[in-house]
Design a protein around this ligand. Structure first.
Ligand SMILES: [Zn+2]
Length: 142
């Protein structure tokens, strides 16, 4: 349950960061739009605007449009990273898998992926087959 909750907060954080990033980039485009729609070369005009245009929300404080661009990008990247990390944290470490011995056909449970193991049933050194099984001890609560 702890892992599940952590995973959910990770998703929530990543979605929040992505939304903020998109909102920042959208605001930036919105502010450039009047100049862009009348420009002959919108792309170079856009690049020039990003690095030269200043916004004055509060007088005396200079806020460049490029800050919005950098912040928006950074938040999108952070959002994606948090999403990837929250997925990895749940599925990669300590993943419990079922192995099947090719000699005695018996199954056993172990964590991680091993190429070569000793079968706990017949004691032979084998390349185990990984079996897909629902682990009822960890998935007991929905
Ligand atoms: Zn065996």
């Amino acid at each position: 349950m702890k892992v599940l909750r952590r995973q959910k907060s990770g998703y929530a954080l990543s979605i929040l960061l992505c939304l903020l990033g998109i909102a920042f980039l959208f605001t930036m485009f919105w502010m450039c739009w009047p100049q862009l729609s009348s420009a002959k070369d919108p792309f170079s005009t856009f690049l020039t605007l990003i690095w030269t245009k200043n916004l004055n929300f509060v007088s005396g404080i200079e806020f460049k449009l490029s800050y919005l661009f950098i912040l928006g990008d950074a938040m999108l990247i952070a959002g994606v990273s948090v999403y990837v990390l929250s997925v990895q944290r749940v599925y990669v470490p300590g993943k419990v898998v079922w192995y099947r011995c090719p000699f005695c056909q018996k199954d056993w449970k172990s964590s991680g992926t091993k190429a070569l193991v000793h079968c706990p049933h017949c004691r032979q050194l084998i390349h185990p087959t990984i079996v897909e099984k629902i682990d009822r001890t960890t998935n007991a609560t929905p």
